[in-house]
Design a protein around this ligand. Structure first.
Ligand SMILES: Nc1ncnc2c1ncn2[C@@H]1O[C@H](COP(=O)(O)OP(=O)(O)OP(=O)(O)O)[C@@H](O)[C@H]1O
Ligand SMILES: [Mg+2]
Length: 281
């Protein structure tokens, strides 16, 4: 499937998740991780998914990425049903430690998917160098992942996803292991890339401020078994920066609302409340 053409048509639904359910079964244990999730992500949109720990965020991303088969429901990408990992999609996993190959140098790890894409070597070198530069790891190109800190390893995983030039990028709590300063820089990097390249991003986090800062829309998930509790449009200006956006009164209103919704989700009672100036569905 070539997603590039679909991606150009901004405003079309790129990702369509319908009635998704995932039940893990085995060893006499049955866990209904996701009960009934329905949402769409438009082409070129940056959507953040936020929900309490263990509510099924990683499970959902694995189903979207074609790495897990849903128990019920369907995922469509660019109008085609997802049955395996779709080309044109990159995933940054939560468990970065397991996502890099320890026997390959940083540069080779980043280059690997480009080889699978059959890009010529000069182009591969260029993309690898650009991606490593954008995450501040140019100097680590020749190191092995195990020689790097956790945060650096995660930045390698991010560089690998960026170098691939995906149409759709799935990110699973990608900044959980990096320090606050780097995290802020990486958040801006993701938003910058999103604005420059018009890619579609589904970004999972349990950090409410991060979800509001990054997203054009925030989907709030309930506790397990999971449903979409609410969808919130983030009506902050597109131009955001760490200093001003986070102290804006509107930012505070939105984050408070998301916080209340998550607390309510934990209790199992959705709050029926309207954020000032925005009727919520
Ligand atoms: N392979 C598996 N087999 C059985 N149960 C699983 C498996 N993977 C996840 N689960 C269960 O499914 C539920 C959701 O897990 P998942 O990892 O998707 O949540 P999460 O929202 O990503 O959590 P976190 O915020 O901690 O990353 C949990 O109860 C978990 O124990
Ligand atoms: Mg997870």
């Amino acid at each position: 499937m070539n997603l590039s053409n679909v991606n150009l048509a901004k405003g079309r639904s790129m990702l369509d998740v319908r009635g998704l359910q995932k039940v893990y079964e085995g060893s006499g244990r049955r866990v209904e991780a996701v009960r009934d999730l329905t949402f769409t992500v438009e082409a070129g949109e940056l959507v953040c998914l936020v929900g309490p720990s263990g509510c099924g965020k990683t499970t959902l991303l694995k189903c979207v990425g074609g790495l897990l088969t849903p128990t019920a429901g369907e995922v469509f990408l660019g109008g085609e049903r997802v049955t395996g990992p779709p080309p044109g999609m990159a995933v940054v996993f939560q468990e970065y430690g397991r996502s890099l190959f320890p026997w390959m140098r940083v540069r080779e790890n980043v280059e690997l998917p480009l080889k699978q894409k059959k890009l010529p070597s000069a182009r591969r070198r260029e993309l690898v160098a650009d991606a490593l530069e954008s995450v501040g790891l140019t100097d680590a190109a020749g190191a092995y992942p195990w020689q790097l800190s956790g945060g650096m390893q995660q930045r390698v995983a991010i560089a690998r996803a960026l170098a691939y030039e995906p149409d759709v990028l799935l990110m699973d709590e990608p900044f959980a292991a990096v320090d606050a300063q780097t995290r802020a820089e990486l958040e801006d990097l993701v938003r910058g890339l999103w604005r420059q390249r018009g890619i579609t991003i589904l970004f999972v986090t349990h950090d409410i401020d991060e979800a509001v800062y990054l997203g054009e829309r925030v989907l709030i998930l309930s506790s397990s078994p999971t449903v979409v509790q609410e969808q919130l449009k983030v009506d902050l200006p597109a131009e955001r920066d760490q200093l001003h956006t986070r102290v804006a009164p509107r930012f505070a209103e939105l984050r408070t609302h998301v916080y209340e919704q998550i607390q309510a989700a934990k209790r199992g009672t959705p709050v029926d409340r309207v954020v000032k100036d925005q009727r919520l569905p």
